[in-house]
Design a protein around this ligand. Structure first.
Ligand code: NAI
Ligand code: 15L
Length: 274
């Protein structure tokens, strides 16, 4: 794949969904230079706009009309909103499955040409930890949550093939201030590297629908991330900086799913509602 290097011209108005969430709060600050105005949205309360370069819009992603209004006037979407862990299918359905459809359909109607989709490692979570995958490896969702992200990736492919809307789907590993367990030594993505990858995803032309992994330069990574490299992504951080504190944690049994599967505990979450 040949992708030209990005010109960094700020968008006029960028929409960030999930702005009240863990990553949304981080990106609210870090994406400020990417657009003249950032429209911040969530179903949960968001800290009020700090200046006239921010707009705050409360919106339920499950509400089609509300999402259509939300997207009006934006020229790119960073879609981080939705249920972010394993829940019952019914809870995932509105926010993640209907939600991603509403985002793309609104993008089509309002002429938005670029979406960044917060996908997840749980799209491939039932692969074992001794496998090395790339973005074209067969998907093995480990949860209803992983299934919803897999559906989101398919939605992105369809809207590119049918309507030319470009997407970078980032299969984020574990993006937290620090890796919280042994598994995250492989899956950790620092906030700095997330920001860099997002900027590459926003500005690189000609991406079609590109799937990449959101992971830092960790020692024992399970993913060949050459499609992210092709976007110009060069991670600066590594989970090795936290090796000592993580090695001090109790070691799970060898057959514990957190040591067997790439998706860890998501592989054994549920069932719900029996
Ligand atoms: P989070 O749970 O802190 O944030 C998600 C936000 O979406 C919340 O503020 C929540 O209120 C909002 N939301 C939920 N349902 C909604 C609805 N129906 N309408 C509108 N907003 C709704 O999650 P986090 O960690 O900030 O993750 C952000 C995104 O990145 C999520 O899509 C998550 O699936 C994805 N991701 C995150 C990873 C991580 O390590 N933090 C790993 C892989 C993917
Ligand atoms: C995810 O997709 C979740 O949103 C996040 O909370 C973590 O659980 C992460 O995956 C992970 O796999 O560590």
């Amino acid at each position: 794949m040949t992708i030209s290097s990005p010109a960094r011209i700020p968008f006029n108005r960028l929409l960030l969904t999930g702005a009240a969430g863990g990553l949304g709060k981080v990106l609210r600050e870090r994406l400020r230079t990417c657009a003249k105005v950032i429209r911040l949205s969530d179903i949960a309360d968001i800290t009020p706009a700090i200046d006239d370069r921010e707009e705050v819009v409360l919106c339920d992603l499950a509400d089609k009309n509300a999402v259509h209004q939300l997207v009006e006037g934006v020229d790119a979407i960073v879609h981080f909103g939705g249920v972010s862990t394993e829940r019952s299918f019914e809870k995932i359905l509105g926010a993640n499955i209907c939600g991603v459809f509403h985002i793309y359909e609104a993008a089509r109607r309002h002429g938005v040409k670029r979406v960044i989709f917060a996908s997840s490692n749980h799209v491939i979570g039932f692969h074992k930890q001794d496998e090395t995958l790339d973005a074209h490896s067969p998907r093995r969702p480990d949860s209803y949550y992983g299934l919803s992200k897999s559906y989101g990736e398919d939605m992105a492919t369809f809207y590119f093939d049918r309507y030319g809307i470009e997407t970078v789907s980032i299969r984020i590993g574990s993006s937290f201030p620090e890796p919280q367990n042994r598994r995250m030594m492989s899956t950790w993505l620092s906030f700095g590297d997330l920001t860099q990858l997002l900027e590459r995803a926003l500005y690189t032309p000609g991406v079609g629908h590109t799937v990449v992994y959101g992971v830092s330069d960790n020692r024992n990574v399970w993913w060949d991330n050459r499609f992210a490299t092709a976007l110009g992504y060069a991670p600066q951080d590594s989970s090795e900086a936290f090796r000592k504190q993580v090695d001090a944690l109790p070691l799970p049994a060898t057959d514990d799913p957190v040591r067997v599967y790439q998706g860890g505990a998501f592989c054994v979450a549920g069932p719900f509602g029996d």
